[in-house]
Design a protein around this ligand. Structure first.
Ligand SMILES: [Zn+2]
Ligand SMILES: [Zn+2]
Length: 264
């Protein structure tokens, strides 16, 4: 029974296809977590949200997003839930204030809140802007931001913790130590760290090191395929053997912001 807590449908525009594919892949609980910059009301609150990242599909009102998810959930063969993927950038006051207002207005509609670091210092995008001049400094910055996000207790899940490899493929010598710091901070704050399907597909060895850190600290683990089209639905299942091998037999499922564990 696989709870898959991080997925998108606006990119492909086929929410029913996503649900059908996820069910076929063995997902029992599917959460859609669209980016904040796809929601009209969040875009209206912040020029940064409106302009920093291009939407993957047409933006829509929050009520329409929730209605899309609830409509498919009504007939789906599996549980389908509604969450959100928020951008974490504590040094961006405009984004932080807008996100706080947005959460206050719409947070009651979400089953899970994902916190994602998509930019490091100087608003450098971890995926779109290529490498910085100092890879070690970039990794230290990225992981520090993840630790702060976890420690804040503001998110149910801190997502894709090795995604910086997209722009900085050479992991630093201190990676394992910092991943353990992150896993310890998350466990202390009772926040889950994400084993991410995109990351596992691209950098399984780095995800293995994250899983090891979670195992050592008894950190809650959330699975998220981060699928944007049906062909990728449920792909995080491929990490199950690695999790079981590390002694992690239970993973997080979410409903109305409340976490429970289910056996892998
Ligand atoms: Zn993300
Ligand atoms: Zn995502």
């Amino acid at each position: 029974m696989l709870p898959d807590n991080h997925n998108h449908y606006l990119a492909c525009g086929d929410i029913e296809g996503m649900v059908t594919a996820a069910a076929a892949a063995g997902v029992a609980e599917l959460v859609f977590t669209e980016h904040i910059h796809h929601i009209d009301e969040a875009r209206a609150l912040s020029q940064y949200i409106e302009t920093r990242f291009a939407p993957e599909g047409p933006p829509l009102p929050h009520a329409a997003y929730v209605a899309d998810v609830h409509a498919v959930a009504a007939t789906a063969p599996i549980a389908v839930r509604c969450g959100i993927e928020l951008d974490v950038a504590a040094d961006n006051a405009e984004l932080t204030a807008a996100t706080r207002s947005f959460r206050r207005a719409y947070g009651a509609d979400w089953d899970v809140v994902i916190g994602s670091v998509h930019v490091i210092a100087n608003d450098h995008s971890i995926e779109g802007d290529g490498p910085t001049t100092d890879a070690d400094a970039a990794w230290a910055d990225y992981l520090e931001r993840l630790v702060a996000a976890a420690a804040s207790g503001s998110y149910d899940v801190v997502s894709h913790p090795v995604r910086l490899a997209q722009s900085h493929p050479d992991a630093p010598a201190f990676l394992d130590a910092r991943l353990r710091d992150l896993a310890r901070a998350a466990a202390h704050a009772d926040v889950a760290l994400e084993v991410n399907g995109t990351d596992f597909e691209r950098w399984p060895e780095l995800v293995a090191r994250l899983i090891d850190a979670c195992s050592r600290n008894a950190t809650p683990v959330s699975l998220g395929s981060d699928a944007h089209r049906p062909a990728k639905a449920g792909r995080v299942r491929a990490a199950s053997d690695l999790l079981l091998g590390a002694g992690i037999r239970r993973v997080a499922a979410f409903e109305r912001r409340s976490r429970r564990v289910v056996a892998l």
